[in-house]
Write a protein that binds this ligand. Structure first.
Ligand SMILES: C[S@@+](CC[C@H](N)C(=O)[O-])C[C@H]1O[C@@H](n2cnc3c(N)ncnc32)[C@H](O)[C@@H]1O
Length: 251
């Protein structure tokens, strides 16, 4: 093979119609949730096949078929892939549904953003919308979500448009969060890591809910707050939804 085997992967980072997937776990989830893979390369075909056989037998054949061997010392992990970003139907997402939507106002940390997508996908949220300068499909965010961007709609918007869903501000100064009491079709809004929610968003929200904390603790990590709101406020821990703890199988 001649030339730079990773040049097309670097170019794909700047293409808003594509997503760059770094690492085995991210590719595993991407395939499991129907990602359309455009290209994939590996610098360790045997190691990758072993991982897939052990941790993801359901997609092992797909991974072996897709990943072209390349010689590279600069790959982040044993496998790299390019996928098409799934289209997001914003009007449908904003209309009333049966699952809550997560809204992140100007998140600053791509790892946090990915961790939010991961928990939103696990909890069955309707989608994750963000504002601000960061592309929620940045490769570091996809790594942070372990590829679960393909399991839940994820998009960046200029601003949160008014919609029928009730807007709930999840904010350290609010009414104490109660188990299962958040409306199932709410937009749950979370603020930026340092400054929290903007005064505009707080003024628009129909309610403010707080996750109780011991005195002296100023706030929870963003993704942790999203997890508590979805699982506790959304009552998921008490629901009869089928889940992996009952259906054994893939990892
Ligand atoms: C790291 S916190 C921001 C902290 C910021 N200094 C503040 O006071 O809002 C990021 C976001 O996580 C959510 N959050 C963190 N801890 C929370 C809590 N105890 N109750 C409700 N929301 C919380 C909020 O949405 C917050 O804007």
């Amino acid at each position: 093979l001649s030339g730079d085997p990773l040049a097309s992967f670097r170019a794909a980072r700047a293409d808003p119609s594509l997503a760059v997937i770094e690492g085995f776990h991210a590719l595993k989830h991407a395939l499991r949730f129907g990602a359309e893979i455009v290209d994939a390369v590996t610098c360790d075909p045997d190691g990758l096949a072993g991982l897939a056989a052990r941790l993801a037998p359901d997609v092992a054949v797909a991974i072996a078929t897709l990943a072209r061997p390349v010689v590279s010392t600069s790959m982040p992990g044993s496998v790299l892939a390019i996928a098409r970003r799934p289209a997001v139907d914003l009007p449908k997402l904003m209309s009333r549904g049966e699952a809550p939507m997560v809204f992140l106002e100007r998140p600053t940390q791509l790892g946090n953003l990915g961790a939010v997508v991961r928990v939103a996908a696990a909890a069955g949220a309707a989608g994750v919308l963000t504002t601000g300068v960061h592309d929620p499909w940045h490769p570091h965010a996809i790594r942070g979500s372990a590829g679960l961007h393909f399991a839940v709609p994820v998009a960046r918007v200029d601003a949160l448009a008014p919609c029928e869903r009730p807007l709930i501000a999840v904010h350290p100064e609010g009414e104490r969060l109660s188990v299962g009491k958040l409306p199932s079709d709410a937009i749950l809004a979370f603020g930026t890591e340092r400054d929290g929610l903007s005064s505009e968003l707080l003024a628009r929200a129909s309610a403010r809910v707080a996750i109780p904390m011991r005195p002296g603790v100023s706030s929870l990590n963003l993704a942790t707050a999203v997890a508590v709101a979805l699982y506790v406020g959304g009552g998921l821990l008490h629901s009869e939804r089928p889940d992996r703890s009952r259906a054994s199988g893939t990892r």
